[in-house]
Ligand binder design. Sequence first.
Ligand code: PAF
Length: 305
Amino acid sequence: MPIKLVTAVADLRAESARLLASKGGASQGLVPTMGALHAGHAALARTAVEQNDVVVASIFVNPLQFGDATDLDRYPRTLEADVALLEEQGVDLVFAPSVDEVYPGGQPLVRVTSGMLGEKWEGASRPGHFDGALTVVAKLLHYGIPGAGLPASEMNQGGLPAYRAYFGQKDAQQLALVRRMVADLNFPVDIVAVPTVRAVDGLALSSRNRFLDEDEREAALVLSRALRLLEERAKSREPLDLESAQALVESQPLVALDYFDVVDPDTLDPLAENCRETPFGGEALAIIAAKVGPVRLIDNMPLRS
Ligand code: PAF
């Protein structure tokens, strides 16, 4: 069936309910995006298609999560190519609302607060970013509840459909926050993390990579190299020696390091004891952020011994 594009919440609900009923479906997946899609988003969509009977992807550039109006204006809008990519992965329905559709009363008065988890790392350099992101994710998760567009008489026949939403491991802090929001506020959805997709040379795919020139792109490779170094040390249960990995990043003149640390994957609190002399054991997450030329990049690597 060809992919369908809707822009109104009511149409999203009606159309996804119709699809679910026509496929006799027992599960629905939601892939929230801001568009400018690349192979990383394709992996999210593909995973959702493999695991669900009906898949909805949203494309919405959320003004609430941009601190700077210039960044919001500069964010690439590539709707036609995005819809084609989603169709190739087998997505059923694209929801691409206007700002007025999502925020009909203007900026919302009541928002989701990301709390202490949202203030560190990325939150420290982008104040308000995660409150804005969580607020729109909460709305999108509600719009996408399967069966919400069905008449009451047709609801709940054969039990509630399973509901899953897909987020990239690349945005590790956003993922941790979405998991906490869903757990803390009892949203009826399972959050599925999809591993980061990398270019063959190791650079994590990001819609920001398009702003790197050739030298900056080459310099940016030091981020994934440093993460791989820690990954290898963790696998072989060596001390991580974070300092030497940091020095590697700092030796690259085009890269200005913001943070590089080893943290608990859920709380994102630093695990200092794992970084120096002690052999690495257990699970952790290495996180890094740096400005490469004018472009701020983030990356991370799950560590397992
Ligand atoms: O990761 C993104 O693309 C955005 O932050 C999201 C989750 C779609 C919310 O706007």
